[in-house]
Design a protein around this ligand. Sequence first.
Ligand code: GLV
Ligand code: MG
Length: 297
Amino acid sequence: MPGSSERFLEKAPTVSADMTFLDLEDSVAPLEKEAARDKVVNAIKNLDWGDRVMCVRVNAWDTRWTYGDVITVVSNAGERLDEIMLPKVQSAAEVVALDLLLTQIEANCGLPIGHIGIEAQIETTRGLINVEEICAASPRMETIIFGPADFAASMEMPVLTGGVQIPEYPGDHFHYVFSKILMAGRANGLQVIDGPFLKVREPDSFRDYCNRTRTLGYDGKWALHPDQVTILNEVFSPTQEQFDTAFAILDAYRKATEEDRKGAVMFGDEMIDEASRKMAVKFVTRGERAGLKPSAK
Ligand code: GLV
Ligand code: MG
């Protein structure tokens, strides 16, 4: 949500997203940057955000606004704030710089040290080259995000819209990027999120795009519009059938290992073992977060 728009800020809590970020970066005009800080602080403090994850995207370190954004927002709204999102991260040092600044602000404001987490956006070629070090740069790192619009610009791809398919390319032009970011994130225990899809009036293409990163293993994707949130919640949550099957696998595997002392057993026509348990646990935790309950047998 653009941090300069009171109208959007007031609407944000009504959208059923798991996480909301209030933006001080690219959706805010340069002349509004400083004024937007107070609007964001007021929104965080005075609106009811429920239990969602609250985040503010500050400006990148290659601008003159970053430190002012972080100090104003965290000093004044740090209690309800969960994370700072750092855009256009190029190197691990940029994450370390934010970590150090956050530690000083937390100490001055009486917040527990480490209270504020970091989400980093990979959206430049240098950022992608350094993504492994970036993911490992600080214990505050919670999430790594792909930013397709800035990334396309950084690569000088001949496109004018961010985050959409390029029909002229025989394959997915971002496949390598998606996989590299996902691996770096997972290797460091982070959540991995895909960025925006800018054609907000094209729900079918949006769904296709969500399925693409969901299939690879991504945890979620950004929404720029409430209609996109509905599609995201659907695509990134397991179906009732997947949820029930995952439960049944866990049951069968528990019985096999604990009662029959076997590490591998048949589950219908399929052999299951410890790796199957790991896959099933993911479906169960995601399903529970989405409010699913096991069907009555
Ligand atoms: C998001 O910030 C993007 O550049 O895609
Ligand atoms: Mg961007």
